[in-house]
Write a protein of this length. Structure first.
Length: 200
């Protein structure tokens, strides 16, 4: 369902911050061998993150999983990404749940598991992760890992759109083409209820 590219696997703001730290450490290392100093700085930063992840920090586990997923400061390894995302997701960390859903959905780093992917998309979507809301809608539309449900597909696309993503309009039209007006109104009502409850 997802193309394995930069857009589908966009690095989070937090992971970007870690990578900027790598750059800062590299710049500060003034020596006769700047590349060696930069490598040492990156290794030190990764090790610091690893220790925090081993200590149980869900955020650090998520960040470390991201480094392995994208091969930033470490050798790219989807299996390692799955390992750390699973630890973070088990602590209910929404971004990790979303990334793990994508890996499970596509069979990257572990055998494909559409049912688990659906559960994780749903968990992240309920916490307000916009990309998860979009992907959950697609899963409902395709009936992948769950029963096809056009009302739920429209509902989650509508939620993502109301969150400010105008790109959802195209997908909404595709889903609406297979729905009755009554079903569309019901889906809009479900989206409104979700928004009301999420604001409490």
């Amino acid at each position: 369902m997802h193309a394995k590219n930069i857009m589908a696997r966009s690095v989070s703001v937090v992971v970007c911050a870690v990578l900027f730290l790598f750059v800062e450490l590299s710049v500060l290392a003034a020596d006769s061998n700047p590349q060696l100093d930069a490598d040492i700085s990156v290794n030190a930063a990764v090790e610091t993150l690893r220790q925090a992840a081993l200590g149980g920090s869900a955020k650090s586990q998520y960040e470390l999983g991201g480094l392995f997923e994208y091969g930033q400061g470490v050798k790219q390894n989807d299996s390692e990404a799955v390992y750390w995302y699973e630890k973070s997701a088990a602590q209910d960390f929404a971004s990790a749940q979303y990334r793990l859903a994508i890996l499970y959905d596509n069979g990257w780093g572990s055998p494909a598991n559409k049912e688990k992917a659906f559960e994780l998309y749903n968990a992240a979507a309920e916490k307000g992760v916009e990309l998860a809301q979009h992907d959950l809608a697609i899963v409902y539309f395709q009936g992948s890992g769950t029963v096809k449900n056009l009302e739920q597909a429209y509902k989650w696309l509508r939620i993502a759109e109301l969150s400010g993503n105008a790109l959802m309009q195209k997908h909404l039209k595709l889903v609406a083409a297979e729905m009755s007006l009554e079903e569309i109104e019901k889906a809009k009502e479900l989206a409104a209820i979700w928004f009301k409850q999420s604001r409490k």
